[in-house]
Design a binder for this molecule. Structure first.
Ligand SMILES: *[C@@H]1O[C@H](CO)[C@@H](O)[C@H](O)[C@H]1NC(C)=O
Ligand SMILES: *[C@@H]1O[C@H](CO)[C@@H](O)[C@H](O)[C@H]1NC(C)=O
Ligand SMILES: *[C@@H]1O[C@H](CO)[C@@H](O)[C@H](O)[C@H]1NC(C)=O
Ligand SMILES: *[C@@H]1O[C@H](CO)[C@@H](O)[C@H](O)[C@H]1NC(C)=O
Ligand SMILES: CC(=O)N[C@H]1CO[C@H](CO)[C@@H](O)[C@@H]1O
Length: 325
């Protein structure tokens, strides 16, 4: 099975799961996975369109966009080792996507983007900044003066801040920070250790470590992820080479000052039952932010965009429309 076949099967799995789990539109009467896929495609005025993106070291990134590029642009950035597929609950919501231009991408080393097996493609924080810059440039190609809103999930916020450190904030009009620890000590030491120990494992052991991380995405005391949902997270991370982990972890950075320097609005979303990021990290971030607001998701762990989709979509959409006024 090659990557795209795998992703296709994942997508089918994903869509059936979503339609079963969420009573939100658009797929209300699913008779078969294929049928729901067709409906899904229909709903997406023109569907997802591929964006050509090339970053530094000639890395080709897989990015796709949905909606009209003249509408407010939102770029979604995933957690460490996670793919763009995790944003499916946002993508399939008709209320959320209406009149927005949404952009999803796999960072270097992830799923459908180039995945070199050499640490030299990952061991400089400059690279993830270049990746995001290349995506922003491609997404605003037709409207070069346009600003974009970022939704960064956990490590996705590190990427955002590394981007700001290198390129400045002039292309951004707002940031949604999802379950992010600006201060290292509020990120679970057990999880961090599990990630760093997962370099050069056998394939089976590697899957086990990645699965452990994913199981910890669900909030404490909440039911575990449904099997098919878990596979979306696991499948999105499974092709990532060890070089990504060792390279990314070997590069040190300090971004607190960059965070403090941001003058654009920051919406800080926190999961009250998050075991990966201590929920108190939100208060730390709020103190450091010039223009921050915190919204706590009481019934969420590390993935409020899955755990409380409706609320997530509402608050993020409202924020995006506000900063684009
Ligand atoms: C993207 O790149 C491919 C291959 O270089 C090219 O065939 C295609 O026309 C490009 N698409 C766009 C929208 O530029
Ligand atoms: C990272 O890459 C940048 C840009 O190519 C370069 O200026 C810098 O020296 C590199 N840093 C390290 C530690 O290699
Ligand atoms: C992992 O294996 C590669 C290739 O054998 C080696 O170069 C690298 O040093 C190893 N990394 C660690 C952390 O052991
Ligand atoms: C925060 O940003 C919003 C939107 O740009 C602006 O209206 C508001 O005045 C800012 N507040 C502060 C304290 O800077
Ligand atoms: C802190 C925490 O909840 N860790 C959990 C991570 O996932 C594993 C596997 O499901 C649990 O055993 C840990 O308790």
């Amino acid at each position: 099975m090659n990557n795209s076949q795998f992703v296709f099967i994942l997508t089918i799995l994903l869509l059936t799961t979503i339609s079963a789990q969420f009573d939100e539109d658009p797929v209300s009467s699913v008779t078969s996975p294929i049928n729901s896929f067709a409906k899904y495609d229909n709903f997406r005025k023109g569907g997802l369109r591929k964006l050509n993106v090339t970053s530094s070291n000639n890395i080709r990134l897989y990015a796709e966009q949905f909606g009209d590029s003249k509408d407010p642009t939102v770029i979604f950035i995933s957690e460490f080792m996670q793919s763009r597929l995790v944003w499916a609950p946002q993508l399939i919501s008709k209320q959320f996507t209406e009149d927005l231009h949404l952009v999803f991408y796999d960072a270097r080393g992830i799923l459908d983007s180039d995945k070199p097996r050499d640490v030299n493609f990952y061991n400089n924080v400059s690279f993830v900044a270049d990746d995001l810059n290349a995506v922003i440039t491609a997404a605003t190609n037709q409207y070069p003066n346009k600003k974009v809103t970022i939704v960064g999930w956990s490590y996705g916020m590190d990427i955002t801040l590394l981007y700001v450190q290198k390129y400045g904030q002039s292309k951004l009009n707002g940031v949604v920070s999802v379950c992010y620890a600006l201060n290292d000590e509020d990120f679970s030491a057990a999880i961090l250790e599990s990630v760093s120990s997962s370099v050069n494992l056998t394939y089976e052991d590697m899957i086990e470590v990645r699965d452990y991380l994913i199981r910890n995405f669900t909030g404490e005391g909440l039911p575990p992820l449904e099997e098919t949902t878990r596979l979306v997270f696991l499948g999105g991370s499974i092709f990532t080479p060890s070089a990504y982990i060792s390279g990314s972890l070997s590069s040190e950075f300090n971004i607190v000052e960059t965070y403090t320097s941001l003058t654009i609005p920051i919406l800080i979303i926190s999961g009250a039952k998050d075991v990966a990021t201590n929920p108190r990290a939100a208060n730390f971030a709020l103190e450091k932010a010039k223009n921050g607001t915190v919204i706590v998701f009481e019934n969420s762990g590390h993935i409020p965009f899955w755990e409380e989709t409706k609320k997530f979509n509402e608050v993020v959409r409202k924020f995006v429309l506000n900063v684009n006024k």
